[in-house]
Design a protein around this ligand. Structure first.
Ligand SMILES: Cc1ncc(COP(=O)(O)O)c(C=O)c1O
Length: 444
C-alpha cells in the first residue's frame, strides 16, 4: 500500500461515487463539518445495536453512535416502539400536547439544576438562548467561555474554538464579538480567576462543559467547578453548564450530579431526544421565567426565546421520554456497566499503543474516550488548549480514523462512546484492530 487510505478506498467504491454526487449539491458533500474527512466519508446503509453497515456492505463497530446520542445502541426497541405508536396519532402539530409536559417533568426530576425547561431543536439553539437569557437577566454583556470549547455554531459563542483563541472563528462573524465574548483557560484555576476579575464589571455569564469534548472528555477538576460556582454566585453572574454531551451520560443527572456542583442554567441535547433532533435549556425558575410570554410589561422587559417550528416535536418528545424513562428504570445497571466498559476500553487501548511503541494518549471519563497523538512523550492532556497545542490533530482526525475504518471500526476524535449495546466481543475486536493500526502507523 502506498497511502494509508488505500485499504479504505478499496472497500468503499460506492461511498466514493455517492460522495462525488453529494459534493455537487452540498458544500464539501456534507451537512455537518465533522462528517467530512479525506479521501471521502462513507455512506451509511443501516444500523443496529453497536454496528453500522455502509453502502458497500462493510460492517463497522461504531463508537460515534449518532454524535454520542445512542446510549442504548442504535435503534433501541423501546425508542422505536414509542415513535411507531406516536406515528398513529400524528407527526407534527404545532400545538401543545400532554407528553411534552411529562417529558419536561421527567427532566426536572432527573437534572439537579432543572426547575423549568424550555425545549428547542438543537444544542446550538439551547446555548444561543442560554447566552441571551444570561445577558437579559443580568443586564450585563460579557460572556466567558472555555478556550477551545464547542457549544454549537451560534454566533455569540463562535470565538475561541480553534487556535488562535482570541478572535472570531470565521468570516461572516462580527469582529466586535471579541469585545463581549472572551475565553478562560479550562481547568486552569488562577488563569480563569484572572479573566473573571478583569471582566467583573460587565459579566453576564460563564458557560463551560463540565466534561469538555474538545479537551478529550476530560472532566473539569472539582475545585475548578467549585471556583466557577463561587465566583459567579458572589458576583451575581450566571453559571451555565453545557451538558449537551454529558447529561444522562456521565451520570443520569449529568456532570452536575456526578460532581455535585449545580449551575444556574444547563443546556441539553443528544440523549435528551432519544435520537431525534433536540435541544433544551433548563435552570432556575426565576431566570427561565424571564422568557415567559405571561410576563407582564413591554418587550424590553422580557427575554425573547422565540419560535421553533419543530420545538418539542411530538416524535422527539416520545423518543426522549422513552429513552429517559428507560435510563431511570435501569440506572443501577446501566451507569456502572458503562463506567466499567469505559474504564476497560481506555486501559486496554492505552496498553495496545504502549505495547506497539506508538506515542499515544487515551483520555476520557465514564463511557467517553478519545485518543491523541502527542508530539512528545509524557505531556499532560487535560484541556482543549493542551490537546490543540501538544498533539497531532490531523493524525487523529484523518490517519487514525481512516486506518481504523479499513479495519471495521468507526471512531471519532480517536474514540467516541460506549453504549450498552457494545459487547465484550466488540471491545476485543476494537483492541485487536487498534494494535494492527498502531503497528502500521509505527512502521509507515
Ligand atoms: C457541548 C456541546 N454543546 C453544543 C453542541 C451543539 O449541539 P447541536 O449539534 O445539537 O447543535 C454540541 C454538539 O456537538 C456539543 O458537543
Amino acid at each position: 500500500m502506498k497511502h494509508f487510505s488505500d485499504a479504505y478506498r478499496l472497500k468503499t467504491p460506492r461511498s466514493e461515487a455517492l460522495f462525488k454526487r453529494a459534493r455537487e449539491v452540498m458544500p464539501g458533500g456534507i451537512s455537518h463539518n465533522i462528517h467530512f474527512f479525506p479521501p471521502y466519508p462513507f455512506f451509511v446503509e443501516k444500523t443496529k445495536g453497536s454496528k453500522i453497515w455502509d453502502v458497500d456492505g462493510n460492517e463497522y463497530i461504531d463508537f460515534w453512535m449518532g454524535n454520542y446520542t445512542h446510549i442504548l445502541g442504535h435503534r433501541p426497541r423501546v425508542v422505536v416502539q414509542a415513535i411507531e405508536e406516536q406515528l398513529k396519532e400524528g407527526i407534527h402539530w404545532g400545538a401543545l400536547y400532554r407528553k411534552q409536559i411529562e417529558w419536561a417533568e421527567l427532566i426536572r426530576e432527573l437534572v439537579p439544576s432543572a426547575e423549568m425547561v424550555r425545549f428547542c431543536c438543537s444544542g446550538t439553539e439551547a446555548t444561543m438562548y442560554a447566552i441571551r437569557l444570561a445577558r437579559g437577566y443580568t443586564g450585563k454583556k460579557t460572556v466567558l467561555k472555555a478556550a477551545g470549547g464547542w457549544h454549537g455554531a451560534n454566533s455569540d459563542l463562535s470565538l475561541g474554538i480553534k487556535m488562535p483563541y482570541e478572535r472570531e472563528e470565521s468570516l461572516g462573524l462580527l469582529p466586535e464579538l471579541q469585545e463581549y465574548t472572551k475565553v478562560i483557560p479550562f481547568n486552569d484555576l488562577s488563569g480563569s480567576i484572572e479573566v473573571i476579575r478583569q471582566n467583573k464589571e460587565d459579566l453576564a455569564g460563564i458557560i463551560v462543559e463540565p466534561v469538555i469534548g474538545e479537551g478529550g472528555f476530560t472532566p473539569a477538576a472539582k475545585e475548578y467547578l467549585q471556583m466557577l460556582r463561587s465566583e459567579t454566585r458572589t458576583r451575581e453572574v450566571l453559571l451555565i453548564f453545557d451538558e449537551v454531551i454529558s447529561c444522562f451520560r456521565v451520570a443520569l443527572g449529568g456532570a452536575q450530579e456526578r460532581f455535585n456542583v449545580v449551575p444556574d442554567l444547563t443546556t441539553l441535547g443528544k440523549i435528551t431526544g432519544g435520537g431525534l433532533p433536540v435541544g433544551a435549556l433548563v435552570g432556575r425558575r426565576e431566570i427561565i421565567e424571564a422568557s415567559s410570554p405571561e410576563k407582564k410589561g413591554n418587550k424590553w422587559e422580557r427575554v425573547l426565546i422565540g419560535g421553533g417550528t419543530f420545538s418539542a416535536h411530538p416524535l422527539t418528545a416520545v423518543a426522549g421520554l422513552a429513552m429517559l424513562r428507560y435510563l431511570r428504570a435501569h440506572r443501577k445497571r446501566i451507569y456502572p456497566l458503562l463506567e466499567s466498559k469505559g474504564e476497560k476500553v481506555r486501559k486496554r487501548l492505552q496498553e495496545a499503543f504502549d505495547r506497539e511503541g506508538l506515542n499515544a494518549a487515551v483520555t476520557g471519563i465514564g463511557s467517553l474516550f478519545q485518543t491523541h497523538f502527542p508530539f512528545e512523550k509524557g505531556v499532560t492532556l487535560n484541556s482543549p488548549q493542551s490537546i490543540h497545542r501538544l498533539t497531532d490533530l490531523e493524525k487523529r482526525e484523518i490517519e487514525f480514523r481512516v486506518r481504523m475504518l479499513a479495519k471495521g471500526v468507526h471512531v471519532m476524535h480517536g474514540g467516541g462512546c460506549l453504549s450498552i449495546a457494545h459487547s465484550d466481543e466488540d471491545i476485543e475486536k476494537f483492541i485487536k484492530a487498534t494494535r494492527k493500526v498502531a503497528r502500521e502507523m509505527k512502521r509507515e
